[in-house]
Design a protein around this ligand. Structure first.
Ligand SMILES: [Mg+2]
Length: 262
């Protein structure tokens, strides 16, 4: 448990869906909670595992819903991957299994996208709804040659309204891990601590000064724990009160909703 009170942190990091909004609707009290944190001079950031949601699109959605946010405050798994690769493999030739927003992110980060397994120094695996057997085989060839193996996010499936699911990046990661006989070198999205490390670095704050607020135990709360920040679970998303109290690894705070932060 955290020794701090809920309002005593210097930085607050929020999951979006299920925490700040639910689908297309702002959760009650979110506007007031975020406004009061800002009025108290707190740092605020928003994180998403979805590599296809551009920061500008999240900002537009939040602003439309009545929550002030700026592009520097929003980071998704593709943005975190770009920043991490910029340190580990600056300017590298990258073979991408992924869609246009991830391509844009990598290009903006100074990486050279290539279709050649011989040229590729890095293979980035993300969500890709147009991927072909030839591309999978080329990525496989690049990885067999020893390319650095990274992914935007680990989600194996993507839930759809109505209860069905789509195959997601985690399934591609598993495919390549099975084929090449080694594990992925790094994953940018939750619950990897990479996104939080990027934010804390920007703020210049130690983990002990920050609180992560989210609705999923296995991603949001696990992410907070791995990064060493305090955690608050909200019950407005996928986790029921029974699931929250039964979980072996308890968050520091369990909140009915984000409104308790006001
Ligand atoms: Mg969520």
């Amino acid at each position: 448990m955290s020794a701090r009170g809920l309002h005593d942190f210097a930085g607050y990091i929020f999951d979006l869906d299920g925490t700040v909004y639910l689908g297309e609707h702002l959760l009650p009290g979110a506007e007031e909670a975020l406004a009061s944190l800002r009025a108290a001079g707190k740092h605020v950031a928003f994180v998403s595992n979805n590599p296809l949601g551009r920061a500008s699109e999240y900002v537009a959605k939040l602003n439309d819903l009545g929550v002030h946010a700026s592009p520097e405050e929003v980071i998704n798994s593709a943005g975190a991957l770009r920043l991490s690769l910029s340190e580990k493999r600056p300017g590298a030739h990258v073979f991408l299994i992924g869609e246009e927003p991830v391509r844009e992110e990598l290009t903006a980060g100074g990486f050279v996208l290539t279709d050649s397994p011989q040229e590729a120094e890095v293979v980035v695996v993300s969500w890709d709804r147009q991927v072909t057997y030839a591309q999978l085989n080329q990525a496989f060839a690049a990885l067999r040659r020893g390319a650095y193996f990274v992914a935007t996010h680990p989600d194996v499936t993507c839930p759809l309204p109505g209860g069905s699911e789509w195959l997601d990046a985690g399934a591609f990661i598993a495919l390549f891990e099975a084929a090449i006989g080694r594990k992925v070198d790094a994953i940018a999205g939750k619950p990897s601590p990479l996104m939080l490390e990027v934010i804390l670095h920007q703020w210049g704050l130690p983990p002990s000064e920050c609180l992560l607020v989210g609705d999923r135990l296995e991603t949001d709360i696990a992410l907070g724990r791995r990064a060493g920040v305090a955690t608050a679970l909200v019950l407005t998303g996928v986790t029921s009160p029974d699931q929250a109290t039964a979980h072996p690894r308890q968050p520091d705070f369990i909140l009915q909703s984000i409104a308790e932060l006001a």
